[in-house]
Ligand binder design. Structure first.
Ligand SMILES: Nc1ncnc2c1ncn2[C@@H]1O[C@H](COP(=O)(O)OP(=O)(O)O)[C@@H](O)[C@H]1O
Ligand SMILES: [Mg+2]
Length: 286
């Protein structure tokens, strides 16, 4: 496993996965997953289909058990479903028979918050994700992108300490996906959250993550971790055009394509500020 050496823990560790192993019957799914997540970090988990990404997220959330290892959230070991965490799903997970505001307020009703409080929180998150005017619509009346904004609003309305996102933009068309990537980062700047974001897109992992963990094909092992280094307030378009993004993209692509090959050193920022494909940090960090 290659770990970049410039990881600089500015914040405390909120989640610690220690050598997690998981089988479904004889199927070996996760093989010794070790991850530390810091407060307000966006960790993207990248891996091929079937490598155990959803399984890992469910283990973090306490929805399923594991064979060996430890999951420590704020230092505590617990296997019950965790109310401090909220999930966003690829298929949005909205109730088709409930209006948008009812869907978004669902978790709050379960928490037995007062109707006035629920209305206030729901209105705030509807506004934050840009769904004003659609409060009374049913999910089927909205585009996929709008439904996922509602899925995000519902997760955020529960005011979780940890947001777990399972390929949330995987079912969206490319344009909507790029829009939502941008919006997710803007929302996160307005209200910072700690996030685990699962994806099988290299670009998405690099654009959104402060750190990327690459998982091998099943049994899922950590192949490498790298810090993207793009910082906060990042400009995704400038990142896409940067030499550093292209170098990291190529590196991850090679690591995915050749799961057993020895890896070279992780690319570092070139410091080249010239030309159209420059690593101009002033452009990357708005
Ligand atoms: N409840 C289950 N019972 C048995 N096998 C499962 C179950 N859930 C997932 N699997 C299998 O475990 C492997 C990993 O699944 P999953 O975590 O969903 O992978 P990913 O999200 O990376 O695509 C797959 O081969 C899948 O078929
Ligand atoms: Mg999955």
């Amino acid at each position: 496993m290659a770990v970049q050496d410039n990881i600089n823990p500015k914040q405390g560790v909120i989640l610690r996965l220690k050598v997690i192993h998981k089988h479904y019957g004889s199927l070996h799914v996760l093989d010794g997953i070790d991850i530390e997540l810091r407060q307000q970090e966006i960790l993207t988990v990248l891996g091929p289909s079937g490598c155990g990404k959803t399984t890992l997220l469910r283990i973090v959330n306490g929805l399923i058990s594991y064979d060996q290892g430890e999951v420590l959230f704020k230092g505590e070991l617990d296997v019950k479903p965790r109310t401090e965490m909220a999930m966003v799903f690829q298929n949005f997970g909205l109730f088709p028979w409930k209006r948008l505001h009812q869907n978004i307020g669902y978790g709050l009703r379960i928490q037995r918050r007062s109707p006035a409080e629920i209305d206030k929180i729901v209105a705030h998150y509807i506004n934050l994700v840009g769904l004003n005017g659609f409060e009374d619509n049913f999910p089927a009346e909205l585009s996929g992108g709008m439904q996922q904004r509602a899925g995000l609003a519902r997760a955020l309305a529960a005011q979780p300490e940890l947001l777990l996102m399972d390929e949330p933009f995987g079912a969206l068309d490319a344009l909507t996906r790029e829009q939502l990537q941008d919006e997710l980062l803007k929302i996160n700047e307005a209200e910072p959250k700690t996030m685990i974001f699962i994806t099988h897109s290299i670009d998405e992992a690099l654009l959104l993550g402060d750190r990327v963990v690459l998982i091998t094909p099943r049994p899922g092992r950590i192949r490498l971790q790298l810090e993207t280094g793009f910082g906060r307030g990042r400009n995704l378009e400038a990142i896409r055009g940067s030499v550093h993004f292209q170098a990291l993209r190529h590196y991850l692509w090679e690591a995915l394509r050749n799961p057993n090959a020895e890896l070279g050193p992780i690319p570092q920022f070139s410091g080249n500020l010239e030309g159209p494909n420059s690593d101009d940090l002033r452009a990357i960090r708005k």
